[in-house]
Design a protein around this ligand. Structure first.
Ligand SMILES: C[S@@+](CC[C@H](N)C(=O)[O-])C[C@H]1O[C@@H](n2cnc3c(N)ncnc32)[C@H](O)[C@@H]1O
Length: 280
């Protein structure tokens, strides 16, 4: 494509907004009602610019009517997902995991399988591993592994790299910083990295929670699916929970984000704490 490109903002028309928002909701669940029009428009600016596409009409043509469109969908999804996450986010959940869920599960298990079902750039699953290590240190040896999945390709790249900024771990205790993070050898650098023994416990893979088959042949004991369902409508939330439940052992724990709830959903789950559920 050889269009003269300026740096002005491309405006999204009604037809294009409708086409793109319906497609995104159907593919990945993220709802984009008309009030989110400016958000979609601004998040896709960089896609149009990097493809040198002058307007949203041509962008839709490219996405929906060309062979390369399928690859662009991956980039588009990357651009529209909100990947905000933090170490120690909603930390009461980690306390609940260590003090309530694990002692309960350990009554009849010697191996624990965990899943971070929208792991973003990795802070959540690495935190899960750190708290598993704390549990092991304080109580007894247990084998565990953590599956960490997300739809965002660029988030998974960051997560696998496990390199963060010093400011990202300001919230983390000094004890955790020493035990689980490595400073760069370069004293000028503000980067830190998760230590290999924690990294080696977490296995990342792409999974779209909206797909019927997640391709997982594991059943989990602890599932974190936090701060992703808020972007979905009720029906899709319910479908995602149903599919996640198929991958949970009975007695397994499900942690949702603090602003998410299963109110009104008829699922095989009992509330056992703040945004914590147990499969019956
Ligand atoms: C706000 S982040 C939450 C990260 C982490 N769970 C937390 O609570 O800090 C939401 C994540 O959900 C992912 N996501 C959105 N739609 C998804 C889908 N259909 N399947 C899998 N992941 C999805 C996004 O890519 C993003 O990384």
């Amino acid at each position: 494509m050889n269009h003269a490109i300026d740096n002005s903002v491309r405006k999204i028309g009604d037809r294009e907004f409708h086409k793109l928002s319906s497609f995104i909701e159907q593919e990945v669940g993220i709802k984009l009602p008309p009030v989110k029009r400016t958000l979609l428009e601004s998040r896709l600016q960089k896609r149009l610019k990097s493809l040198s596409i002058p307007d949203f009409g041509e962008y839709c043509d490219f996405v929906f009517n060309t062979d390369e469109g399928a690859l662009e969908v991956i980039e588009m999804i990357d651009a529209v997902t909100t990947n905000k996450t933090d170490f120690m986010r909603e930390s009461a959940h980690f306390e609940f995991m260590v003090h309530t869920a694990l002692p309960e599960l350990m009554k009849n298990k010697s191996e624990i399988k965990l899943w971070s079902a929208a792991c973003s750039s990795g802070q959540e699953p690495y935190n899960m591993a750190m708290f598993m290590e704390e549990f092991i240190e304080r109580t007894h040896r247990v084998d565990y592994s953590i599956t960490a999945t997300d739809i965002s390709k660029s988030s998974l790249v960051k997560a696998r790299r496990a390199v963060y900024q010093m400011r990202d771990i300001e919230i983390v205790s000094e004890q955790f910083k020493k035990k689980y993070f490595l400073r760069s050898r370069n004293p000028e650098s503000s980067e830190i990295r998760i230590k290999p023994d924690i990294r080696n416990k977490v296995f990342f893979q792409p999974i779209n929670l909206m797909k019927e088959d997640y391709g997982l042949n594991v059943k989990f004991d602890i599932v974190f699916c936090r701060n992703v369902l808020i972007y979905f409508n009720k029906e899709n939330q319910s479908e995602v929970i149903r599919r996640i439940l198929n991958h949970m052992n009975s007695g397994a724990y499900l942690f949702l984000g603090h602003s998410e709830s299963l109110a009104g959903m008829r699922q095989n789950l009992r509330s056992v704490g703040a945004s914590v559920y147990r499969k019956e």
